[in-house]
Design a protein around this ligand. Structure first.
Ligand SMILES: [Zn+2]
Length: 265
C-alpha cells in the first residue's frame, strides 16, 4: 500500500501539466506582436494548403489578413471576426476548423491615430504613412476606417491541386471597384528585411461596413475628414511554419515577390 501516495503525486503532476498545456495552447498572444503562419514566398510558390486552423489563429490575434486553404478567397479579421471574401466578392464568416496556408494577425491595440491632411490616392497614402511612421525597421498593424471616395480591390478563385504559382493564378482574379464606399482597411506594413517571409511594404485587405463586399486592396482615393487611421507598432514576430509535405518540398531558395511584377498585387 505504500505506493499509493506516489500514484496520487503522479496523478497530480500529470493533471498540473495538462492544465499548463491547455493554458499555453489557449494563451492569447502578447500585445504589439505579429503572428503569421507560413511565408509569403511559400504562398507565391503555390503552397495553398496549410496546417493551422482558424481556432488557433483566432487566439493569436483579432485583426489581420490572409487566405484559406485552396487559396479560396481573401481573409479579413476585424474585431475578432474572421471573414472570407469569395471570388464574387461575397463575405461569409469563417469557422474554427477551416485551415489557412498564409495569415498575419495581431491583437490590435493602436498607440497612435492619424487624420489625412488632404485627398490622397493609394501610393500617396503609403508615402504619407511612411513619413508618419517612426521607422521602416518595425512592423506596423494599420487600420484605416471611413468612407473612401474610390476603392479597387480583388479576390481570387479557389484552386485545385496540382497548384500553380500565384503569379499564374492572379490573372483569374475578380476586380471590384466601388465609389463612396464605407468600411475598413485592415493591413500591415512590414520591413524590407522580411521580404520572402512577408510583403515588403504595405498589404491591405478591405471589408465594407455592411459586410457585403471586400478583398485585397489594389488602389483607392482617400478623403481627409472622412478617414481615420490607427497604428499599432509591433515589436515581436512569431512565425508558425507548416509541417506539411508541400511546405517541406517547395524550393524557397532565392524566392521573392519579383514574380508578381507587372501584375496587380
Ligand atoms: Zn492580400
Amino acid at each position: 500500500m505504500s505506493f499509493k501516495p506516489y500514484i496520487w503525486l503522479i496523478s497530480l503532476i500529470t493533471a498540473g501539466l495538462m492544465l499548463l498545456a491547455v493554458g499555453f495552447s489557449q494563451a492569447a498572444a502578447p500585445p504589439h506582436s505579429l503572428f503569421q503562419t507560413s511565408t509569403l514566398s511559400a504562398l507565391l510558390a503555390g503552397v495553398y494548403d496549410g496546417d493551422l486552423n482558424l481556432g488557433t489563429l483566432r487566439r493569436q490575434g483579432n485583426f489581420g489578413l490572409g487566405t484559406v486553404n485552396g487559396l479560396d478567397g481573401e481573409m479579413v479579421a476585424l474585431e475578432g471576426q474572421f471573414y472570407r471574401v469569395d471570388h464574387q466578392g461575397e463575405v461569409s464568416l469563417l469557422t474554427d476548423e477551416r485551415l489557412t496556408p498564409f495569415a498575419v494577425v495581431t491583437q490590435f491595440q493602436p498607440q497612435r491615430s492619424l487624420k489625412l491632411p488632404t485627398l490622397l490616392d493609394f501610393p500617396q497614402l503609403q508615402q504619407f504613412l511612411d513619413q508618419q511612421l517612426p521607422s521602416g525597421n518595425l512592423p506596423y498593424a494599420i487600420r484605416v476606417q471611413g468612407t473612401f471616395q474610390t476603392l479597387k480591390f480583388r479576390s481570387v478563385p479557389r484552386q485545385h491541386p496540382p497548384y500553380r504559382p500565384l503569379a499564374e493564378v492572379l490573372p483569374q482574379q475578380s476586380i471590384f471597384e466601388r465609389a463612396n464606399i464605407q468600411g475598413t482597411l485592415v493591413g500591415f506594413r512590414t520591413p524590407a528585411y522580411l521580404q520572402g517571409i512577408n510583403v515588403n511594404g504595405y498589404h491591405f485587405h478591405f471589408i465594407s461596413g455592411d459586410l457585403q463586399i471586400g478583398g485585397h486592396v489594389l488602389a483607392g482615393q482617400f478623403q481627409p475628414h472622412q478617414v481615420k487611421i490607427a497604428i499599432d507598432t509591433l515589436a515581436q514576430i512569431q512565425i508558425h511554419l507548416p509541417d506539411t509535405a508541400a511546405f517541406r518540398k517547395v524550393n524557397l531558395s532565392g524566392s521573392d515577390s519579383s514574380s508578381l511584377k507587372g501584375l496587380d498585387w
